[in-house]
Ligand binder design. Structure first.
Ligand code: PGA
Length: 263
């Protein structure tokens, strides 16, 4: 039986003070809810304060990205080793906003991402996180063009195989995978529950091919992309969807609490 997990990806939104106010408002609404995992992923600078506020609660803290080297001349980067020092339990990798073309400043093409993330760099990040016992939340998903071309399953399988290369069966138990169709992120255009379930089943089958059925059965697969309080219940009720990765809606304490309660 897989424990449901709901993670909030705050992206580059709340400051440390705003994040503190957000968790204070949110935590009161989910007290005594110990049978599911809840994670918030603040911007790096808000992690210490949020972590302190959540220390005696069931809510875990995650980061939104990391760099795979431990230390060195990598200006602006944060390593898994540094996240470990702040007791981060989870870290998102391969989000569509960090995959894509390097150095683009074209904000009209936001779904293509601004950074140079590839399946190979995602793989290195995952290995670094696993070394520090941080659970990676690996995002996979197709763009609108890839979906229109009927390539959804192929794209997702390729991303999984690239990102999970060399990750062994035992390590796979720490992994969380999030199916995040790029066209659904931040658009309000949520993937229908039936189709999200279908792709999550493809993801589970692909994990089974890479490892084995027992591992595939135990890995949690989340859906992400315009999850809201009014669609989360149906999504989370699907047999292969074990919770959600929530962006915009996790910035509203009441709305995020309703999404968590729906799981
Ligand atoms: P959204 O973002 O919920 O705002 O669509 C989800 C995500 O990017 O993880």
């Amino acid at each position: 039986m897989r424990t449901k997990l709901v993670a909030g990806n705050w992206k580059m939104n709340p400051t440390s003070m705003e994040g503190a106010a957000l968790v204070e408002a949110f935590i009161k609404q989910i007290e005594n809810l110990w049978d599911l995992d809840v994670v918030v992923c603040p911007p790096y600078l808000a992690i210490p304060r949020v972590r302190e506020l959540l220390k005696n609660t069931q809510v875990k803290v995650g980061a939104q990205d990391c760099f795979w080297q431990e230390s060195g001349a990598f200006t602006g980067k944060v390593s898994a080793r540094m996240l470990h020092e702040f007791c981060c339990d989870y870290c998102i990798v391969g989000h569509s906003e960090t995959r894509g073309r390097f150095g683009s400043t074209d904000l009209t093409k936001s779904t293509l991402g601004y950074f140079a993330e590839t399946d190979e760099t995602v793989n290195l990040k995952i290995k670094s996180l696993l070394y520090y016992s941080i659970n990676p939340i690996l995002c996979v998903g197709e763009t609108a063009d890839e979906r229109a071309a009927g390539k959804t399953d192929e794209v997702v399988a390729k991303q999984l195989k690239g990102a999970l290369k060399g990750v062994d069966g035992a390590e796979m138990y720490s992994m969380v995978v999030a199916y995040e169709p790029v066209w659904a992120i931040g658009t309000g255009d949520v993937c229908g529950a039936g189709e999200a379930e279908r792709v999550c089943a493809v993801i589970r089958a692909t994990i089974g091919d890479i490892t084995d059925d027992d591992v595939a059965d135990s890995v949690r697969i989340l859906y992400g992309g315009s999850v809201k309080p009014d669609n989360s219940r149906e999504l989370f009720a699907q047999p292969n969807i074990d919770g959600g990765l929530v962006g915009g809606a996790s910035l509203d304490a009441d709305g995020f609490a309703r999404i968590v309660l729906s799981a």
